[in-house]
Write a protein that binds this ligand. Structure first.
Ligand SMILES: NC(=O)c1ccc[n+]([C@@H]2O[C@H](COP(=O)([O-])OP(=O)(O)OC[C@H]3O[C@@H](n4cnc5c(N)ncnc54)[C@H](O)[C@@H]3O)[C@@H](O)[C@H]2O)c1
Length: 260
């Protein structure tokens, strides 16, 4: 299926690693011009060069997304470079383990900044461009928003916010025909996930115990599987889908695991 993404300028926050890098890869294959926004300068530049060598166009702008001024500069650079923006994938975030019993109020607020405030800021900054192009937004979310995890209040609150903002923006942006959807991730092996699993005493055993509970094929979701759904939702092929939370998780969140 041709998703009709040729030449579309799509911002992907945190697009040089993990799930974001998978999204950039699939968007490139579809002929879009993904634009990475993130802080990881070396990885971003090497990613962009890797694509250039293969004659794919990938843009970039550096920003520590918790700083609204850097978000503003990044979006301005992208408009200067490409003269339009057709889509936004809010993806960057971190499960930073700020719990209720052991966390602090300051760390909780920092977690909100790391995980949801820039979703809002970036959406607000690109809105004038999306209005011109009937663009689309995809927010990457987490199963933690509906299952909880324990010991991660800030991230859980932010992920709940990602879900509700998806619905809220879908309603607010209806007059402009801008669609807003969310792809919810459960277990996907990325640099962030690797760091988390290594925090357990026996990471290998923990990984096996998790994958054994994933109903479909007893394996983790790949970054490509997440990215394929994101590409579909950001494209015109999903032209009548808005305000939806799509779980790409092998049935992990909702299927009755007692059966499998
Ligand atoms: N990996 C999983 O299993 C999983 C599960 C549920 C949800 N998610 C969500 O998926 C998204 C991506 O996760 P991932 O596992 O690919 O992470 P990752 O750490 O592997 O990659 C994230 C990228 O975003 C960048 N980034 C993060 N915060 C940033 C900031 N404040 N400013 C600039 N750049 C920033 C990082 O530098 C990195 O390049 C996150 O929002 C996370 O909540 C992941």
């Amino acid at each position: 299926m041709d998703l009709g993404l040729k030449g579309k300028i799509i911002i992907v926050t945190g697009g040089s690693k993990g799930i974001g890098s998978g999204i950039v890869s699939v968007l490139s294959e579809e002929g879009a011009i993904p634009v990475i926004v993130g802080r990881d300068k070396d990885t971003i530049l090497s990613t962009v060069n890797k694509y250039r060598e293969r004659n794919y166009q990938v843009g970039y702008a550096f920003a520590e997304l918790t700083d609204p001024k850097q978000c503003e500069r990044a979006v301005k650079k992208i408009i200067d470079d490409f003269e339009k923006i057709d889509g936004l994938v809010n993806n960057a975030g971190v499960n930073d383990g700020v719990g209720l019993e052991k966390g602090t109020y300051e760390d909780f607020l920092n977690s909100i900044n790391k995980n949801i405030a820039h979703y809002y800021k970036m959406a607000q900054l690109v809105l004038p461009e999306l209005k011109k192009n009937k663009g689309a937004i995809v927010n990457i979310g987490s199963k933690v928003s509906v299952t909880g995890q324990g010991g991660t209040s800030g991230y859980a609150a932010a992920c709940g916010g990602r879900n509700t903002l998806t619905r809220e923006w879908a309603v607010e942006l209806i007059p402009y025909s801008i669609r807003v959807n969310s792809v919810i991730v459960a277990e996907c092996y990325t640099p962030l996930y690797k760091k988390w699993i290594e925090s357990f005493e026996d990471p290998k055993e923990k990984l096996v115990s998790i994958t054994n509970k994933i109903p479909l094929d007893k394996r983790m979701t790949t970054i490509e599987e997440i990215a394929n759904t994101v590409a579909f939702l950001i494209s015109e092929k999903s032209s009548h889908t808005t305000g939806q939370l799509i779980y790409v998780d092998g049935g992990y969140t909702h299927l009755d695991r007692a059966i499998f």
